[in-house]
Ligand binder design. Sequence first.
Ligand code: ADP
Length: 234
Amino acid sequence: TTKQLILSEKLAAIGEITAGVAHEINNPIAVMQGNLEVVRSVVGDRAELAKVEFQLLDEQIQRISLIVTKLLQFAKPEEFAGIVDRHAPGLAVADCLPLVQHLLARADISVTLDNTAARQVLMNRTELQQVVVNLVVNAIHAMPDGGRLTIGTHDSDREGRPGVEIVVSDTGVGMDPELAAKIFDPFFTTKRQEGTGLGLSISQTLVRRQGGSISVASRPGEGATFTIWLPEAE
Ligand code: ADP
């Protein structure tokens, strides 16, 4: 319909503007990062006196840089598209755990890994890993007092099509239906400081590009289960 057409044109325009702004922000960030290093080396030993301040500057610059990267990825996903390769998703899933090990240990979360998928999927491996890491980091955030994280892969058919399900499940705070309906929207976040609200939106874009889907089942106080489905590689 006309309305949908206008909406998709608007979204495309927002994407263009966002990508432009993100590119523009990248240069000043690089300049700041470089000069911070220069200042540090010029003041030499005295940098120790402002150790906390230097660290804060470092962290905040890195934070801006991360947000910009995510914005760009959101606005121009095609620029980030990697080579699509054929692989068993269980490997990509297992590769994620070392990346988040320190977070898991700190929050007292036990992990159960249950890889039974025998089929292979077509998706860039790094991208799939990024999607799973996103889900796992969200799950960890949802369990500040510890809990159980379950990650599994298994063969699963959808509407008669063979595929693989990747399930990430937590025992955290959960969501009511109203909240769950919004979480895939770009920029929607309930995390004030550390949130960009782009994780799930980007994940959905990446999974859909391979003909897959991502969904959530959750209840307040009863944790959340995210399910990715990807078609089997021909
Ligand atoms: P961000 O993590 O930066 O907020 P996301 O797009 O990854 O962005 O997530 C959006 C929101 O979805 C989060 O702010 C949180 O409210 C909700 N959410 C995501 N995963 C979970 C989960 N496992 N349990 C409860 N809420 C979640």
